[in-house]
Design a protein around this ligand. Structure first.
Ligand SMILES: [Zn+2]
Length: 374
């Protein structure tokens, strides 16, 4: 049975920023990546400089599992030698020991254990997904356990999040069974393979195991923010989301529409009616019309849009969280501020079914939501 209101934190983690491209004078949280951060003395100094400039309240250390995945996909040589540097002659050499080396240097609040991400596979059969999951499961379990053991020994003040690399709730159960009571503080959920509703079901399943902190890795879609805000507000102590698109979209001249996050391309070849008002309340948009933004020189425009886009994501998170007390209050708020009717209906159907099932056994809730929405 579910119950109790926690009013947890809902945090945007700035990722993909460099010293010159930080989107704000101070960010709530920032993320650095192990292989890049400790590659050599210069990269260590640059990471320190970025952290000093960003003044984050929460410092996140990502493992570099994604770089490992990319190297494997490209067929590049990689090694796993804890006694050697993280990059040896341009060959990636990443182990849980390197994560600890980086954590000792930067003292992050939260670190993510080493993983070998499962790939996104389109139109695959359940059996093909089961095989892919099992291929990665051994690495992921071993590395999560090794990282946990080393964290407890060398940096016990850093919280440890473990990535869940699975395609389905059954696989998540399999992972959790094998993971057992290995010490960790939370889980991170990569979004590449999942619809936001599936991620919400994963979050519920993790909550049932006693997990109170989750990180959602690699997205900030409108639906994901809305659903995550509900769980941050009502179930978890801490939910964070990281995003890099604010930066690349700014470089493509994409302006995020407040709250709803639709993007509008502010380029000459796309016309915007002069009567459309810029309703953004960010500090940079004051009195700026879309034509003024469109006509800015490229470097000024992309810098402006980085800051604007980042601010709008945070505003969207704040506003959703404020109105996420119930499925009904969230739906009312979203309907007033967005034309995404189908997405809002989907969010509301999911959360209201969940609220109706609150008195049921946890495993029944997961099973019914999974059947209805996945
Ligand atoms: Zn703005």
């Amino acid at each position: 049975m579910y119950g109790g209101k926690t009013m947890g934190e809902f945090i945007n983690v700035c990722s993909g920023a460099g010293f010159e491209t930080l989107p704000a004078n101070q960010v709530d949280a920032i993320l650095y990546n192990v292989p890049q951060a400790i590659e050599n003395k210069t990269s260590i100094a640059n990471t320190h400089a970025l952290i000093d400039e960003a003044k984050p309240k929460i410092l996140f250390q990502d493992s570099g599992g994604f770089q490992l995945h990319q190297a494997l996909v490209k067929g590049e040589k990689i090694t796993f030698d804890p006694t050697k540097d993280v990059m040896e002659h341009k060959i990636l050499n990443l182990t849980p020991h390197h994560l600890i080396t980086a954590a000792k240097i930067f003292a992050p609040h939260i670190m993510i254990s080493l993983d070998n991400p499962i790939p996104k596979i389109e139109n695959a059969t359940p059996a093909a997904k089961a095989i892919k999951f099992l291929e990665h499961h051994g690495f992921n379990l071993r590395w999560a356990k090794d990282t946990s053991r080393l964290r407890s020994k060398y940096c016990p003040d850093t919280k440890l999040f473990v990535p869940v690399q699975c395609y389905s709730v059954d696989q998540l159960n399999h992972f959790l069974d094998d993971f057992g009571d290995t010490p960790c503080d939370g889980f991170s959920i990569p979004v590449r393979n999942h619809d936001p509703v599936e991620i919400a079901i994963f979050m519920l399943r993790l909550h049932q195991t006693g997990c109170r902190m989750v990180h959602i890795l690699g997205t900030f879609t409108f639906r994901m923010i809305a659903l995550a805000s509900y769980f941050a507000r009502n179930f978890f102590d801490f939910v964070s989301i990281d995003c890099t698109l604010w930066r690349s979209d700014a470089e493509l001249s994409k302006y995020y529409w407040p709250v709803d996050l639709r993007s509008v391309r502010l380029l000459d070849e796309y016309s915007i009616d002069e009567s459309v008002e810029n309703i953004c309340r960010c500090p940079w948009c004051q009195k700026k019309t879309f034509t003024m933004i469109k006509n800015m020189p490229y470097a000024e425009k992309s810098g402006f849009l980085r800051r604007h886009n980042y601010w709008v994501i945070e505003e969207s998170m704040r506003e959703c969280y404020t109105h996420a007390e119930t499925a009904f209050s969230l739906k009312n708020f979203l309907s007033q501020h967005s034309g995404r009717k189908e997405e809002i209906k989907n969010i509301h159907n999911f959360l209201s079914m969940f609220e109706h099932l609150k008195g049921e056994k946890p495993e029944t809730v997961i099973e019914l939501l999974d059947k209805a929405f996945c």
